[in-house]
Ligand binder design. Structure first.
Ligand code: MOS
Length: 766
């Protein structure tokens, strides 16, 4: 089975990493865990935070990108002469511009494409770019570029894509690779041992990331040195790719991303917009800003691919799962995505006999990319509805059925034990908070509006890249600076990491400044994603802060003529245990004043050598279904999460509420719609692509953190939250819709049209 997501930016494998100082686990914490608002909240909401898109540099030009309007075409000729003569135009790039033939879509088999690939495999592929004095001039100039296309037959239906004679997205056909097969145990014996078997085919729709901040870059050359401000989840990954593309030493490329407005997986690595900005900046000798339009961002920066998942599963009367078989076909779009959708089938529940077979298919549409728990929500959609159907067949409470099959080892990873498995606690505590047993007894309603409840469990499958470094500086006045390469996607990373410094050094959060996500001035951190940001960076920060603390206490011990072991830091002062006389505020420590600054480097230690640390989740939904209109309202939602230690209760809840909202969209409204006649996306905008708004998201979301006090996962006890928050949401909603209506909606989203059609079909059958 492939990896759960393409997250690893550096070379470090999961069990490597520099040793840290092996700090003992925290006991009770004073600052960590508290519901503290974001330290940069005021900047973010007031507009004073400078995002990449806000950046204005002297002499800066604006780029616009010409995109292929066809689902499949070959560029025969491009005439840019009229565009070049337009007012304000400073440079035009096409495939034939010297230096523009940059290999793109790098795989082990080589590059599948180029920056301006004349073979356009989906609507929106880049054909040419313009830099002009203003964005308006740049877009005006695009209209003066004439392109001669050889329009090709296209394929957007994955089943058709595998038929003989189907248009080939790539040479060699539309099957991306031989099917990825995973097997354990004896499937036949497993099904033979089952008392009940269910089988069903589930389908999910393409979901588009649509982060609040669209993708873009600003590039500036100073001689042979390149600086790029980028909307990225990981500055170091972008730096590596820019260095490779422009054949520069890593040291000569600086990538900065101080503020970020969401990525959800669509902002890993160098975007074509970044390479185009750098090329245009080099050609013009001026800084260049290249920002996508909102519409382009629906077409060209990735999506969560659709899936067709057939699950067959068997269970004994006592609830023991005997066999699970899943066949998955994922149209990945025009290029590979590099992740799996089968993970949950093989690892969420204890089951001896499992087989998954996954086939990825090329079609003429925008490419699949990592998207918040890549592969997991579609897999959950199929698996968790299957569990629900099994529970009904054997007459067992669906919570009970799940509790019967809780694993304590990762069956996909040679049965390595988990450092902690909070899954059972998530189910029990979540059910209690939801009032599950009582709610199951309530009538579902007799009129048009029916109520129903549903549960779904989940886990995440990526444990994080351990390689991260941080620097903490303590100044003479007792204020501090934290230096980390991590991008803060808007989730509160800076705040949580500053809390770690505040915890160790016992200084107020307001006295800590954070410097982050700049390859020129900050330390290495892997990309923020894969739910690894906190659990990878916080231990490095803690190690740095603890080292500063040790040095500070040594200084104080000298000065106060007390053993260092008897001294503690409390409220910005040195105190002595058992001696209330001793209270020296940090600014009064003479040696600290003389040195001006104490500084320490912290690194993240390796992941546990023999165990695996992963987060778990159980979510519960109550829905109201209008059987006349097909409308579904999520009236109540409980999300119970074992993500280890709660680092900040406010950002924790925000993360869960965001994940549940995103999952609600996946369940009920979101889908990329391609026109069958043209292969073009017909809803590439925020009006027609139905994201849940504030009135669609569940108004009543209760977050139940489960903290198993994991002392083995890392030195902070945090296990990652961003992705688990959205994994089972849609499945819980689908199960609730079934409970309300008796209709198993196998195809997502459960939109009113689909649901009324299913209700009508059932009523006709009566
Ligand atoms: Mo992600 S898909 O971890 O941003």
């Amino acid at each position: 089975m492939k990896a759960p997501g393409p997250y690893v930016a550096g070379a470090a494998g999961p069990e490597t990493g520099k040793p840290d100082t092996a700090l003992p686990p925290w006991g009770e914490t004073a600052v960590v865990g508290r519901p503290l608002p974001r330290i940069d909240g005021a900047e973010r909401v007031s507009g004073s935070a400078v995002y990449t898109l806000d950046l204005q540099l002297p002499g800066m030009l604006h780029a616009a990108i010409l995109r292929c309007p066809h689902a499949h075409a070959r560029v025969k000729a491009v005439d840019t002469s009229r565009a070049e003569a337009m007012p304000g135009v400073r440079a035009v790039l096409t495939a034939s511009t010297p230096g523009a033939a940059i290999p793109w879509q790098l795989t082990q088999k080589g590059a599948l494409s180029t920056l301006f690939d004349p073979h356009c495999r989906h609507e929106g592929e880049e054909v040419a770019a313009v830099a002009a004095d203003t964005p308006y001039q740049a877009y005006d100039a695009l209209r003066e570029i004439s392109v001669e296309y050889d329009v090709l037959p296209f394929v957007i239906d994955p089943e058709r894509a595998l038929e003989p004679g189907a248009p080939a997205v790539h040479e060699g056909g539309n099957r991306q690779a031989p099917p990825d097969v995973y097997e354990r145990g004896d499937l036949q014996a497993g099904f033979a041992a089952a008392d009940a078997i269910v089988e069903q085919t589930y389908r999910t729709a393409v979901q588009v990331h649509t982060p609040m901040e669209v993708h873009g870059s600003v590039a500036r050359w100073d001689g042979d040195r390149l600086t790029v401000w980028d909307t990225t989840q990981g500055v170091f990954g972008v730096r590596s790719q820019l260095a490779q593309v422009f054949e520069l030493p890593l040291a000569s490329v600086r990538v900065i991303s101080h503020y970020m407005g969401g990525g959800f997986g669509s902002k890993f690595g160098l975007g074509k917009y970044g390479a185009i900005a750098a090329l245009l900046a080099r050609a013009t000798g001026r800084p260049v800003k290249c920002v996508l339009t909102r519409e382009d961002s629906f077409l060209c920066v990735g999506n969560r691919p659709s899936n067709v998942i057939t699950v067959k599963a068997g269970v004994k009367r006592d609830g023991t799962l005997t066999a699970i078989e899943a066949r998955l076909t994922g149209p990945v779009g025009a290029y590979p995505s590099g992740s799996t959708s089968a993970y949950l089938v093989a690892d969420l529940y204890q089951c001896a006999n499992v087989r998954t077979e996954e086939t990825d298919i090329y079609i003429n549409a925008g490419q699949a990319r990592a998207f918040r728990a890549p592969g997991f929500p579609p897999c959950s959609w199929a698996l968790e509805q299957t569990l629900d159907a099994l529970a009904e067949k054997i007459g067992m409470d669906p919570v009970e059925l799940r509790l019967k099959n809780i694993p304590t080892v990762s069956q996909l990873r040679k049965n390595r034990p988990y450092t902690s498995t909070g899954l059972a606690a998530c189910l029990r505590e979540g059910a209690r908070a939801f009032g599950w047993s009582e709610a199951r007894k309530r009538p579902r309603g007799k009129g048009r509006v029916r109520r129903g409840i549903g549960v779904a469990a989940g886990m995440w499958g990526y444990a994080g890249e351990p390689n991260a470094t941080a620097i903490v500086k303590l100044f003479a006045d007792g204020s501090a600076n934290l230096n980390t390469g991590a991008s803060d996607l808007g989730t509160g990373t800076k705040t949580v990491l500053a809390q770690v410094v505040a915890e160790e050094l016992s200084i107020p959060l307001a006295r800590i400044e954070v410097e982050n996500a700049d390859t020129g001035t900050t330390q290495y951190a892997p990309a923020s994603g894969g739910s690894q940001t906190v659990l990878v960076n916080a231990p490095a920060v803690r190690a740095a802060a603890a080292a500063v603390k040790a040095e500070l206490l040594a200084i104080a011990a000298d000065e106060l003529k007390k053993p260092a072991a008897s001294l503690v830091l409390r409220n910005g002062a040195v105190e002595a245990v058992g001696d209330p006389e001793v209270h020296v505020p940090l600014p009064e420590l003479k040696e600290l004043g003389r040195r001006e600054m104490l500084m320490a480097v912290g690194t993240r230690g390796p992941n546990p050598a023999t165990k695996i640390a992963l987060p778990f989740v159980a979510q519960f939904a109550e829905v109201e279904v209008n059987t006349a209109t097909g409308e579904v309202r999520v009236v109540r939602f409980v999300a119970a999460h074992d993500s280890g230690r709660v680092m900040n209760r406010l950002t924790y809840d925000s993360q869960v509420i965001g994940g549940v909202t995103m999952g609600t969209g996946f369940a009920l409204t979101e889908q990329r719609v391609l026109d069958r006649q043209t292969g073009k996306m017909v809803n590439a905008n925020w009006h027609d692509y139905k994201l849940p708004t504030a009135i669609d998201a569940p108004a009543d979301i209760t977050v139940v953190p489960i903290d198993p006090r994991d002392t083995e996962c890392n030195t902070t006890g945090a296990k990652g939250l961003g992705e688990p928050a959205t994994i089972p949401t849609a499945s819980a909603i689908a199960n609730a819709v079934y409970d309300a209506t008796g209709i198993r909606v196998a195809d997502a989203p459960i939109d009113p049209m689909r649901l009324v059609a299913l209700l009508a079909a059932r009523d006709r059958g009566r």
